[in-house]
Design a protein around this ligand. Structure first.
Ligand code: GLN
Length: 316
């Protein structure tokens, strides 16, 4: 394994990580509560790093699209902040939940105000905000355009089978949404909000596309060459802060301890990471641990952080 240096040899590091992950026999379990995701191949592994101002460096199955699932919550929060600014914080908190991403119990004793925008109920409120007065289909199309703009890639789209699979089986998310509606924290009809939410989760991207799409978070809200920032530097910093505290649900503390890179996971097996001032990163392997985070993508991040010294909690 290459040793830590100020200019890490990313190609060698990523090849080395991909080789090691290919030979791992313990690979976790696919998310079978969304039937379409249960079809994913556990043997896939991809990783991509986009250094600021540089071209993507990739290894393994980095160009194979997968369901980004909860990773999309980073981009939906970005959009909601642009739409309504800090007003969003009256309807969703900013604390880690310490509970699973689809937990119902906390929502009841906190009166329908989700702990943070990265657990399911928080992202459902964010979807309600994004929906505003639009029809779900129009909001879905706008959101896909946004993902394409972030990644500079017009081929990005929604996996309709995954969206349909979750619409057909999403009883738990319906329970969360109805509870929030009862508490007055949803403005639109539950099914309209969920149509947008499920379709957002079903956006398919490869590691390369995901890492590309988070460049603005690694560079203070701005894409190189663009006159207008995607988001203000202050908001970018706050989104990245929430990735540290809430990005891996009730394993966020453990991930900060082991890896130290702000990140967001999804049950499709992807993890998106942001190292401010340095790079954006995506790793993917569909097998999950018991908290719903990709076992090998998390391990890949740990190895990458060790090889590059990119933990935000240390000095290079
Ligand atoms: N669409 C998934 C759900 O709502 C997202 C969960 C996740 O990726 N953690 O259950």
């Amino acid at each position: 394994m290459a040793r830590r240096s100020h200019k890490p040899d990313l190609e060698a590091i990523l090849d080395d990580i991909a080789d090691r992950m290919a030979s791992e026999s313990e690979r976790g379990k696919v998310a079978d509560y969304i039937p379409e995701l249960a079809k994913a191949n556990l043997n896939r592994f991809g990783i991509a790093v986009v250094p600021i101002g540089g071209a993507p460096v990739v290894a393994g199955d980095a160009d194979e699209p997968f369901s980004v699932q909860s990773i999309v919550k980073v981009f939906t929060l970005t959009l909601a902040l642009e739409r309504v600014g800090s007003g969003i914080w009256a309807r969703v908190g900013r604390e880690p939940s310490g509970d699973p991403f689809n937990s119902i119990v906390q929502l009841e004793y906190e009166h329908g105000i989700p702990r943070n925008p990265f657990i399911n109920p928080g992202a459902i409120v964010v979807a309600d905000i994004i929906l505003g007065k639009r029809e779900p289909q129009a909001a879905i199309e706008e959101f896909v355009s946004l993902c394409r703009r972030f990644a500079c890639d017009e081929s990005i789209g929604i996996d309709a089978d995954v969206a349909a699979s979750e619409i057909a089986t999403g009883a738990r998310n319906r329970a969360l949404a109805h509870f929030m509606a009862a508490e007055g924290n949803l403005k639109n009809p539950v099914e309209d909000v969920l149509e947008l939410y499920f379709n957002q989760c079903a956006v398919a991207m490869s590691c390369r596309q995901l890492a590309m799409s988070a460049r603005f978070l690694a560079s203070a809200g701005r894409l190189e060459g663009d006159d207008d920032p995607i988001i203000t530097a202050e908001r970018a910093r706050r989104i990245v802060a929430l990735m540290v505290t809430c990005g891996l649900y009730d394993a966020s503390g453990e991930f900060a301890f082991r890896v130290g890179i702000p990140a967001k996971s999804g049950v499709g097996g992807g993890i998106l990471g942001v190292v401010p001032g340095r790079a954006s990163i995506a790793a993917w392997c569909p097998g999950l641990d018991e908290k719903g985070n990709s076992l090998l993508a998390a391990r890949a991040f740990e190895e990458l952080a060790r090889a590059t010294g990119w933990s935000i909690f240390g000095v290079l």
